[in-house]
Design a protein around this ligand. Sequence first.
Ligand code: ATP
Ligand code: NCN
Length: 231
Amino acid sequence: MAQGAPRQLRIGIMGGTFDPIHHGHLVAASEVQHAFDLDEVIFVPTATQPFKKDRRVSPAEHRYLMTVIATASNPRFTVSRVDIDRGGTTYTIDTLHDIAAKYPGAALYFITGADALAQILTWKDNEEIFELAQLVGVTRPGHVLTDMGLPEDRVSLMEVPAMSISSTDCRERVSDGGPVWYLVPDGVVQYIRKYGLYRRAGRASSTTSMTARVAREQSLRKENEGEPGAH
Ligand SMILES: Nc1ncnc2c1ncn2[C@@H]1O[C@H](COP(=O)(O)OP(=O)(O)OP(=O)(O)O)[C@@H](O)[C@H]1O
Ligand SMILES: O=C(O)c1ccc[n+]([C@@H]2O[C@H](COP(=O)([O-])O)[C@@H](O)[C@H]2O)c1
């Protein structure tokens, strides 16, 4: 029996600073994967995002590892180092060229939130971006999702469950000693804690202050028992 032509591979690409990756990113990618029947969604952490050059951004390796941790349990999710390894300013046109070279003949779907989509006409070589990939813009609380001024046949808009989460808010919460549980995956909460990311200088994490307190109490106890305490 004659076999039909093999189905064209469909690859989703979710570029982001991911400082840190949160459930807004993951829900957006999962919804688009399902709706477009994507074989894979590749998360691509940036090196230097062109519009975030004057911001303090965590080292790329931390952002990469948090992205790996957050996506590890989903068999359709992978993480690419193309932007980090190319280094310098991350332009999406370069990301698309690199991914296209790795998946010749695949249909590419670049996933963006409404905020990023609204800026896309200011991105480098944006006309070529639309040639290389279908753009999938997803809803994001606080932003209007529109394809006005964009090539209709190359942009799809999609409503996804509203996740009022931003990396900025996650960083501020950690810096203020607040929780990020359930805003980011558990492994990412633990990674942030382990490496002391986003902590305001001078603010010890609760683990550190607890350890210091226990050490102080042990030292006092030893002194009371006549042993020289460790200082
Ligand atoms: N809550 C969300 N819902 C839908 N899309 C989102 C959400 N958060 C981020 N995105 C999209 O994910 C991509 C990467 O976003 P990014 O890593 O900059 O996160 P961010 O939360 O916007 O970060 P920051 O607050 O540091 O600017 C962008 O296309 C962005 O629009
Ligand atoms: O190519 C550009 O000119 C360009 C300008 C701004 C943002 N981008 C890309 O948009 C994606 C989302 O960026 P961000 O900062 O919202 O995480 C990420 O992959 C960036 O490299 C790309």
